[in-house]
Design a protein around this ligand. Sequence first.
Ligand code: IPD
Length: 274
Amino acid sequence: MSSELLALARTIAVEAGELAARRRREGVEVAATKSTIVDVVTEADREVERLIRGRILDARPNDAILGEEGGSSSGTSGLTWVVDPIDGTVNYLYGIPHYAVSIAVVEGDPDPLTWTGLHGCVLNPAVGELFSGSQGEGAFLSVAGGPDVPIHAAAPAPLELALINTGFAYAAATRAKQGEVAARLLPMVRDIRRFGTASLDLCMVANGRTNAYFERTLSPWDHAAGAIIAREAGAVVKGFGDAAPSRDFILAAEPELAALLEPVLIELGSRFEL
Ligand code: IPD
């Protein structure tokens, strides 16, 4: 059953990714704004989520679904599919080939503070990279439909040699504070990246393209699948202290660096009230 669920998630992600890429080639426009004027949704986000929901319900009618554009639908199986049809919508809008279809299967209440992540896949259709992982079974990358190759987080690195990716909220006041933290951190590390797609940020830690990633204000669908993949690749993925990752905070890094970086981020003012 375990591998069947991941296989289903991957099949759905590939079909959804083909649709997203086709709509991107045809041209994309903003359909509406959400939390702020810079938090946008395109018609493609909605259409891709409808496709994903339909495929899940056909195959798994008793499972719940939590999706970015369509909200939540309940189920009776105890499993929830957590779906971001197009993560990195702003990249998608601008034609930057760094966006993702992100699909996870979790067990328990649909709350990242308490759920158990079982399976995750994150596909960047623009470059054909499909990351996936299942609890206890490792993390893999398949390029352009090729074989699944195991991936691993980077070896331990001192803070001054760490390449760190992060992201910023859509709310201007929150962003201003995040920018201050980034400015204080920058002289202490190798460099900072802002790629614009949280699910792929986590996959970058999972295959050692960056040493650590942190962000605040993410939604569950932004991190559900990527967190499973990064963990299975040997990274720690956590919130502040003993908490699980959530809107409050997510940090993903190889364990030694995670232990170094978290107190530094707190010291630099990262734990401001949201
Ligand atoms: C956003 C991206 C971005 C992150 C934002 C997310 P969306 O998701 O993942 O990298 O910084 O917090 O909301 O809006 O493109 O699905």
